[in-house]
Design a protein around this ligand. Sequence first.
Ligand SMILES: Nc1nc2c(ncn2[C@@H]2O[C@H](COP(=O)(O)OP(=O)(O)OP(=O)(O)O)[C@@H](O)[C@H]2O)c(=O)[nH]1
Ligand SMILES: [Zn+2]
Length: 188
Amino acid sequence: MSHDTFNENDWRRLLQSLGENPDRPGLLETPTRVAKAWQHWTSGYDQDPVELLKAFEDGAEQYNELIVVRGIPVYSHCEHHLAPFFGKATIGYLPNGKIVGLSKLTRLVDCFAKRLQVQERMTIQIAEALMNALEPKAVGVVVKCRHMCMESRGIRTPGEETITSAMLGELQPNLALRTEFLALARES
Ligand SMILES: Nc1nc2c(ncn2[C@@H]2O[C@H](COP(=O)(O)OP(=O)(O)OP(=O)(O)O)[C@@H](O)[C@H]2O)c(=O)[nH]1
Ligand SMILES: [Zn+2]
């Protein structure tokens, strides 16, 4: 099921309010295209992280070390300006009998990125969803993004990166585990 975004007439009106002529040839298909694009960029509202994160059914796993996936693409929009922010996420967890398909971690990031967001909230949502679904001993999430609302306007700081993290479970008190996670998370 998908939610409604603005319909084509709304986008026509937006073009007009920008001082454009929505009937000129280059813009004729734009309202339809933009409505479809925003449907995609906000498709996370229609996804349920609990459904996404169904653990493998075939019994308890004996793997007791950190599982870390890094370089997960993040494409989101800030709720302040509807401007893109994008970058990479790293997710790690220390399982407690349940593991999940690796691709689901990328899907989990997408589920929260494809909504209107602030980077901090998105980071925590990803970590908490994984904690709730798999009940692992620890979850760590690090997100590094560039925000177009800061780079192309406003403060104008091209190339600036914002790094957020969420550490849950044993990653909070256990400094050795945290150090190991951060070492694995670091880009080589
Ligand atoms: N904490 C946080 N702030 C964000 C994020 N994305 C954008 N912002 C900030 O949200 C703030 C909105 O501030 P406002 O003062 O209401 O908007 P503004 O006048 O456009 O601010 P400037 O960007 O400073 O010109 C800005 O400081 C943005 O940099 C995010 O993911 N997290
Ligand atoms: Zn913004």
